[in-house]
Design a protein around this ligand. Sequence first.
Ligand SMILES: *Cc1c(COP(=O)(O)O)cnc(C)c1O
Length: 361
Amino acid sequence: MKRSWNFNPGPAALPLEVLEQAKEAFVEYGDQGLSLLEMSHRSKTVERIVEETERLLLELIDLPSGYRVLFMGGGASAQFALVSMNFLRAGTIARYLVSGSFAEKAYREALTVGQAEVLASGKAEGWKRLPDVRQLKVRTDTAYVHMTTNNTIEGSQFRDFPDTGTVPLIGDMTSDILSRRLDWTKFALIYAAAQKNLGPAGVTAVIVKEELLRAGSADIPAIFQYRTYADNHSLYNTPPVHAIYMMKLMLEWAARQGGIPELEKRNERKIGLLYEAIDAGDGFYRGIVEKPYRSTMNATWRMADEELEKRFALESEREGFIGLAGHRSVGGLRASAYNAVPEEACKALAEFMNDFRRRRG
Ligand SMILES: *Cc1c(COP(=O)(O)O)cnc(C)c1O
């Protein structure tokens, strides 16, 4: 098989070695005479896989004790609702940093549950910039502050995180978890659907402070309470076992690469190649996001007109590049270079971009 240069925004590229490992377990797991997909989630084997995956994730991000990892369904979109269902009480207000369309969706879900407000928004500026969160004042009637650390669709990423004091900070890190070093302890809850940096679609990792777990609503259905997942080690109901297993393989792969410090260096080199190609040559490619706010995961750009953008998408596909069309809501083009996208793929794309510019510029 010739592997494509996969720049899909999500579900996204996975390391070939992880796919090969998963293939084996697909037919028979260990020497057990059956596959993982056929195994009871109450078996010791599955229990161990879930435990191991939790341990590996906490080790990689080097969080001190006091945090738990939950494995949940429904993608990041379910978390938009669950966060407010669990933590938005009457008399308090959930406050949102609306930095992109996923952040806005999260905010809109909170409005269906209780009182929510926008702390700062980048919408009026076409998502080109991020609000300065360093001086943010958070009122004491705030249930929690929610932010999206990397705006997958627009291609922007926060470098700074607000100091929210005793108010829990909640982060949607779906598209940049494990991609860079950061002070994880600033967050009381982090969630990430797996299909960008953690594995296949079907499971969401929720990293949550025990303190916050205990403060969650107890009067909503059990299946929606974070507490239920914590108390039952994510085995309250049948979890997506194979997706969790693949996340475990991804985490082991990440550790073998040298963990977050090494992945971060690689990611900076990778995205650097793409931004260099975008910035070369007098606005043939125009980055959508202003430079200080550019994402290390998703590079977005526009070209002179939609005709040229379409041609770029078409020709790049012919050359074996996948997933470069921008999100339908912003248009243009986007290259998503998550952890598993190899450096060679970014080199090849940068070369293609330079070549295309010379031919069409
Ligand atoms: C992809 C993505 C989502 C949506 O995830 P689903 O699993 O499809 O619900 C939400 N937030 C961010 C930051 C994303 O990148």
